[in-house]
Design a protein around this ligand. Structure first.
Ligand code: NAD
Length: 382
């Protein structure tokens, strides 16, 4: 019988958690043991008693809790110090930031702990229900519009009133992936006039289907990877993009940037010169602020002002809607764990032949598994 352990997040300002009582019921129905840290649902107003009623064992002693885990679930990775209290055979499942957390991954490998990075779960139809990157990005798209709206000294929809007509606010979304499309849909629902741009022309149709306009920019060959991610642009292409979108940015009340490159630093797409052309009072939300940012002058974790334009770089967007984000993340984890549930053994069994695990597992029994991370780390060592 496998023991699943869920811990309370330790990262400052994190309000999400990785387990809801409904998931406890699903796990225990299959005969899995569920242990969780006391206070795990506190920030989303779910009490220890509710988890207990659903069938979980509540643990206040963290060392004791960690030592029991066959599978250890969280949103953020646990520290090395905490993981010293786990069994060598544990499998830790969380966001892992594998392209950047190289020291931690080296430690996981050397200490023979297994780790599964939810970012590396393939973007395939089979994996949609486990795709935490998408579930959290979608909520981020919604939150970014809400944040921008509350900072803007205007309303979003057109209003025809006896006191005069208010024109709809203009919103420009750069990057129409999961977060961008949700931002477009949210801004449209609120009545804004929305335009979007993405280097992957294939998304133009999706943007139109949401009722928004797609800004056409001819930057030459772009394309996408097999997994559907954007390819990096050349410096010349970035320059063409920056110039071509400058007028649209200057005209906009809200600009939301969600342009990311999987495993790489996001491109800088809005320079200080362009911000200087925007109306004072306008708002930019930089989704990527914590990873370097799409916007010059954005500060990770903060709202900054440049020429009267608010630049919101607060980050950790899904935590603002922590209850829904926790529900989606916990369901993603449940789908993942149950995909590998062996009915006869009443255990979760990691089948290394499975293509999900071949990419999502980063370390296992002292080996690096994900081929991309393995080659990056081997190259760096050489
Ligand atoms: P992402 O977070 O890596 O990037 C966000 C968006 O930024 C992407 O649309 C990308 O094209 C865009 N971008 C990159 N550079 C840009 C630039 N210079 N200017 C403008 N835009 C730029 O992407 P994501 O949201 O994680 O989605 C990546 C892909 O995965 C998409 O094709 C999506 O449809 C696909 N996807 C598939 C599944 C599935 O099949 N299960 C699930 C989720 C996502």
């Amino acid at each position: 019988m496998s023991t699943l352990v869920f811990v309370k997040e330790q990262v400052e300002n994190e309000r999400r958690c990785s387990l809801l009582p409904v998931n406890v019921k699903a796990y225990t129905k299959l005969g899995l043991n569920v242990f969780c840290e006391s206070g795990i649902g506190e920030s989303i107003n779910i009490s220890d008693d509710q988890y207990k009623e659903a069938g979980a064992t509540i643990e206040t002693d963290k060392k004791q809790l960690l030592s029991q885990a066959d599978f250890l679930m969280s949103i953020h990775p646990l520290s090395k110090e905490a993981l010293l209290d786990t069994k060598e055979s544990v499998c830790c499942i969380s966001f892992l930031d594998p392209f950047n957390a190289k020291d931690h991954i080296t430690w996981l490998k050397e200490s023979k702990r297994s780790s599964l990075s939810v970012e590396m779960i393939p973007r395939s139809s089979r994996c949609q229900k486990m795709d935490a990157l998408s579930s959290q990005a979608s909520l981020a798209g919604y939150v970014m519009v809400a944040k921008a709206m509350s900072a803007l000294p205007r309303v979003l929809p057109m209003m025809m009133t006896p006191a005069g007509t208010l024109k709809p606010s203009k919103v420009f979304v750069i990057g129409a992936g999961v977060a961008g499309l949700q931002a477009i849909a949210t801004a449209k629902r609120l009545g804004a006039s929305v335009t979007a741009y993405d280097t992957r022309e294939v998304v133009a149709e999706q943007v139109h289907s949401l009722g928004a306009k797609f800004l056409k920019i001819d930057i030459g060959e772009t394309g996408q990877t097999e997994q559907g991610y954007a390819k990096a642009l050349s410096p010349e292409q970035i320059q063409i993009q920056q110039q071509a979108q400058a007028k649209c940015i200057a005209d906009s009340d809200i600009v939301i940037t969600t342009a990311q490159l999987f495993g790489r630093k996001p491109p800088v797409l809005i320079t200080k010169d362009v911000i200087a052309q925007m109306k004072p009072g306008s708002v930019i939300v930089d989704m990527a602020a914590e990873n370097g940012g799409n916007v010059e002058g954005s500060v990770a974790g903060q709202v900054s002002k440049v020429n009267g334009v608010s630049i919101i770089g607060t980050g950790n967007w899904p935590s603002e809607v922590a209850l829904d984000a926790s529900q989606m993340y916990a369901n993603n984890l449940q789908a993942l764990l149950l995909e590998f549930f062996d009915n006869e053994a009443a255990k979760v069994v990691l089948n290394l032949e499975d293509d999900i695990l071949q990419t999502a597992l980063i370390t296992h029994q002292g080996e690096l598994i994900n081929p991309t991370i393995k080659s990056i780390m081997t190259e760096e060592k050489a």
